[in-house]
Design a binder for this molecule. Structure first.
Ligand SMILES: [Zn+2]
Length: 88
């Protein structure tokens, strides 16, 4: 089975420029990235639509690599985001 290191809140691949979030006890989250999840809590308490808009803006403004940019342009839709665990 394929194991993807993808943030289950924003959908960004974790590991290349985007670090893991942290749990309350300081361990690394296996599901969420640092931008979404810190100390066991969401960094952004937004609803789905707000989060989608926020993510798009954040990704575009961030220093993302070519792969991430490709992913963003091709795949980053609301339909895609709805499949992530946080939004199910
Ligand atoms: Zn995230």
């Amino acid at each position: 089975m394929m194991k993807s290191n993808q943030c289950q809140s924003c959908g960004m691949p974790i590991g290349k420029g985007t670090l893991e979030g942290t749990e309350k006890n300081g361990t690394k989250s296996i599901k969420y990235c640092e931008h979404c999840y810190q100390n066991g809590e969401w960094t952004q308490n937004l609803n789905f639509d707000e989060m989608y808009a926020y993510n798009l803006k954040r990704f575009q403004e961030s220093d993302i690599n070519k792969v991430q940019k490709y992913f963003l342009n091709k795949m980053y839709t609301k339909k895609f985001m709805k499949k992530l665990e946080r939004w199910k």
